[in-house]
Design a protein around this ligand. Sequence first.
Ligand SMILES: [Zn+2]
Ligand SMILES: [Zn+2]
Length: 389
Amino acid sequence: MGEAVEQERDYLIQLRRHFHKHPEVSLKEYHTAEKIEKELDEFGIPHERVGETGVTAVLTHNSDAATAKKIVLRADIDALPIAEKNQTEYKSENPGVMHACGHDAHTASLLGAAKILKAQEEVINGTVTFLFQQAEEIGGGAKQFIKAGCLKDADRVFGIHMQPGLPVGTVSVKAGECNASVDYFKITVHGKSAHVSTPHLGVDALYIASQIVVSVQSIIARGLNPLEDGVVGIGKLSAGNNYNIVANEAVLEGTTRAFNETTRAFLNQRVREIAEATAKMYGASVEFVFQDYTSPLVNDKEAAAEVEKLGVELLGRDKVLTNQPKYMLGDDFAEYLKDVKGQFLFVGSNGGAKTSYPLHHEQFDLDEDAVLIATEFYVEYTKKIIGKR
Ligand SMILES: [Zn+2]
Ligand SMILES: [Zn+2]
């Protein structure tokens, strides 16, 4: 670990624990944003709100305006509606809310990086824009930062995510497709109730919904090119009021996942068509609600090579993995990568049994060395891109 980061060890860990103790769900990150602003004030870095609970800060030091560059660093700050099962001294104090995705670590690391970069600002030539982004878990936060112009004229964008599937001390760098798109759909089937003994007098929404559940899987099995990756998942189905009444309504909720926009559009279109056609076939109607949560996350190859090289310098060749599988999970860091070259880096956070639970698990925890490693990457990648030459 670099000396500057090592010197901030206590600060970083105390900060990460503060956020862990006080988690707030998406779009409600009010105290989190205030804490971030308080720290930025201490460092002397000006900041602004983006939306109600996002914070952006800008550090500019131009030693040579002609060659100055801009890098954007992002951390997501929201927690999840999960009741924490861990019994640590930094356990969540907000009942039913938990930092189970490591965003507490991301936020602390980026603040640590801001502190270190401010202290060393004479070595940079250009602008660092820090994004403390709200609402990653529900999609939408990233789009607000883009709309606010934070990515304008940026040369690189860089983000990190804790990865409990990898040992602490390792990182995973990926060029190209990395995370899937995430979209949401809700299908309401409107039928007609009747006594089950007279099905011909009703329109069975439950039966039709069941047909839809089965039929949409044909999109993957028969519709999608087998060389493409995709998921259509339905996680929720509710229908019916009583065992002997034909259900007049059924509600399905699900999601599609893909690694490129063509497949994404195809899956979403086919889900809708199959739902509508199936309902029509049986004399029912459907209401279709669709929300695009996040785009496929595709890392730039050049940026991936830069981060890989940096990783080898910082951690050693064997600690930098480049062969990790793609994830069907999404992250709205994807939106930034549509406009600017960059990398979404996975930082191993597994230091043994207690820190081996997957993301979003009620016992998720991380090896805090990962916070220092993340900080180091934020700082050193910034210096690589906009360091004084
Ligand atoms: Zn998450
Ligand atoms: Zn996350």
